[in-house]
Ligand binder design. Sequence first.
Ligand code: GLU
Length: 445
Amino acid sequence: MTVTVRFAPSPTGRLHVGNARVALINWLYAKRHGGYFLLRIDDTDAERSRAEFEESIRQDLRWLGLSWDRKVKQSQRFDRYEAAADRLRADGRLYPCYETPDELEYKRKRQLARGEPPVYDRAALRLNAVDRRKLEAEGRQPHWRFKLKDGEVRWDDLVRGPCHYHSSHLSDPVLIRADGTPLYTLPSVVDDAELGITHVIRGEDHVTNTAAQIQLFRALGAEPPAFAHLPLLTDAAGQGLSKRLGSLSLGELRADGIDGMAVNSLLAKLGTSDPIRPRSNLDQLIDEFDIRKFSRATPKFDAAELAHLNARLLHEMPFAEAELRLKQIGLEADEAFWNAVRANLAEISQAREWWHICREPVVPVIEDAAFAGQAAELLPPEPWAADTWKAWTAAVQAASGRKGRDLFHPLRLALTGRENGPELKTLLPLIGRARALARLRGETA
Ligand code: GLU
């Protein structure tokens, strides 16, 4: 059977790093096993789902490079969920319930006070047709619960190992609301079954849903997929990430100049004992991926670690990978430029400043005009290469008697107008003789 996984966000907010981690691990699992990665938009909640969030989800996944083989929208599949509900009703596995939220809350409190698990008491199963008509005459619309079978449900979780839940500790889940719309469980299982999902990889907040879902797969005549439940990412302080938490949203990271591959490099390894290294393409991460490497410990996401990794990624990035990124910020740069500046970048957009210094007029900073003029006289003729700097500064040193910082710092200020920057031996040939000469003479060039 071809491995088929899905990432199933609800378009009710922007994706954050925790969502991205689940998406990435699904994607890597699919690629590692030669399978398919599906994007399932869980938009059955018409009130909270928004087209702009769906668009931002697609944009974020593209930014990470996580392409999908197929996209499915749950809002276009309501007929499938109705058909499944009909089948369950016909089999006596879906029953109408009339309790209001307040009544359910009251029952729950009483159970807890008696030290009992707050499991739905199935009172609705004891109603007869007359009772139901009476309740409906009062204006109550039923919601519908899936009747769990008595017994233990087991599965071998790819992250958590053997898991088991006894149905006596579970409430019959509500599948259909009083307004007739399905809640998450039914559409999720129907889609997983009908779309041939072989592995459900998701956050451990869904672990307790899994036992009921396994029963639901069977009730619908489908074999349950394999499951993997990953511990949820927290922020550096150990707090949970919320969808509405702007600073850790992918859109925000992108706006901050973080590279999608820095995010992938971190998220593919958090929660494993593999070292976190900058990887400039997903192929390397596919090769290194094994779902069994993920532990049950809670991984922490640290924005400072990501920023550091982003810088390392750029420092090590070969030109072949950097070229497109430079184009995206409007630079038609060549390899010599990239190799000269990459060690100085914390984010790609900073390449613009060095491009400006190499290719566009710069106001030089002249500390000592006589010294700068003397250095200008000694500039060798072109062609210039990496050793030009050494030969030239040796000549300037001999003529001026300056050395160390006294020698180099004024030259840097004159040539670049900046206190710091990439090594001048690589920058000088990029600046070229005409600009270097003019800048040393104090001219904007
Ligand atoms: N839409 C659900 C969520 O975001 C999907 C859960 C699942 O993967 O089954 O939590």
